[in-house]
Design a protein around this ligand. Structure first.
Ligand code: G6P
Length: 366
């Protein structure tokens, strides 16, 4: 079917706004209209699985890094994540106690497909998480899990990323259920929180006005640093990727705790530092990292909930407020401000948001 911009200025803006709806569809697909039971993953057995390898490129790779935190934490399965172009040539050992999982929006990325083929006949199961159900990666997998994001046209991936995360969290919950690592109550609580996510995504979308204003200032920067801890570290990586892809501003992300091992040397008033910090168990640590930045004249843009922003104090430069959310879901919720920041900065700079220079939606060459 022909897809249009539906009144939005760019496909990217439309695709950002669609996230509450497409995520609810993904939740409906995997959990039904009500209840806590997972559907459609019964043929994915974690019996005898000692390890998972997750392989992807670009934004899909960052979705894998978030999922590593979830799967290890919820199900206790060690997860190795790699970019496809490294994985395939490294020729790593993959045995029959390994689930090999490939994440790809298009399902046609050449390096990811080659990595998948490398695992065929070695891994216990080849699983893929794809948007295009009839793609090569889906067809060559033992199990292909759809993300149901609908057609994504903007070269910079947005709704596919959050739908990938939703499906990967579902997979982590199923692994935890099968291995008995999560109490039934906690499992039910997490599924309820997931069902409540689309409403929170809608609230997050409402901070667009504030984000747009900040983006005008961000557009003046030559370099931007993104920081996050734990599962928010890969989200910081994704925020930096989005910004550089479409606004052409140099952006880098670091795990907050690594700040002192290098990037702190770059801090000055001209380098905005975007901190992705929901009020989770690591929040206090992140606040001290922010203080290190502010003490050196750095400008902190804090993305957190109201209490988090309050606790961070007066020294912060700007803030974007998110609704409170179950800790594990924060990477999905905070994807929205990361995307909106990149989008509005690119619009302020007048770049070609949907078709950034030198990039392709699907890279089918090596
Ligand atoms: C390209 C796109 C990215 C995407 C990556 C992986 O680089 O520009 O947005 O994340 O490919 O694509 P895939 O279709 O495998 O998810």
């Amino acid at each position: 079917a022909q897809v249009d911009k539906g009144g939005y200025k760019h496909f990217m803006a439309k695709e950002i706004a669609e996230q509450p709806q497409v995520i609810s569809e993904a939740i409906g697909h995997y959990f039904g209209a009500s209840g806590h039971e997972i559907r459609g993953l019964d043929n994915l057995s974690f019996d005898g699985v000692n390890r998972m390898v997750m392989v992807a490129c670009g934004t899909a790779y960052y979705a894998c890094v978030v999922a590593k935190y979830w799967i290890e934490k919820l199900a206790g399965i060690p997860v190795e994540v790699d970019v496809a172009s490294e994985f395939r040539y490294r020729e790593p050992p993959v045995g029959d106690d390994v689930i090999a999982l490939f994440v790809s929006q298009s399902g046609e990325t050449a390096d990811t497909l080659a990595a998948l083929r490398y695992c065929q006949g070695k891994a216990k199961k080849i699983v893929s998480v794809v948007n295009v159900a009839e793609s090569s990666i889906a067809r060559e997998s033992d199990i292909a899990l759809p993300i149901l994001a609908g057609v994504e046209i903007g070269v910079a991936s947005t709704k596919a990323f959050s739908c990938q995360l939703t499906v990967l969290l579902t997979l982590a919950l199923e692994a935890a259920r099968q291995r008995g690592t999560l109490s039934a109550d906690r499992q039910a609580d997490l599924v309820s929180a997931l069902r409540g996510l689309p409403a929170r995504l809608n609230i997050a979308l409402d901070s667009e006005g504030v984000t747009e204003q900040i983006s005008h200032e961000l557009a003046e920067a030559r370099d931007v640093l993104f920081l996050g801890r734990g599962q928010m570290y890969p989200l910081a990586l994704e925020g930096a990727l989005k910004l550089k892809e479409i606004s052409y501003i140099h952006a880098e992300a670091y795990a907050s705790g690594e700040l002192k091992h290098g990037p702190i040397a770059l801090i000055d008033p001209n380098v905005p530092v975007v901190v992705m910090a929901p009020r989770d168990a690591l929040f206090d640590k992140t606040v001290s990292n922010m203080q290190e930045v502010m003490a050196r004249g750095g400008k902190v843009l804090l993305v957190s909930d109201r209490k988090g922003i309050e606790l961070a104090g007066d020294g912060i430069w700007r803030s974007i407020e998110m609704p409170g959310v179950e800790d594990l879901l924060a990477p999905i919720l905070y994807a929205i401000p990361a995307q909106q920041l990149a989008y509005h900065t690119a619009v302020a700079k007048g770049t070609d948001v949907d078709q950034p220079r030198n990039l392709a939606k699907s890279v089918t060459v090596e």
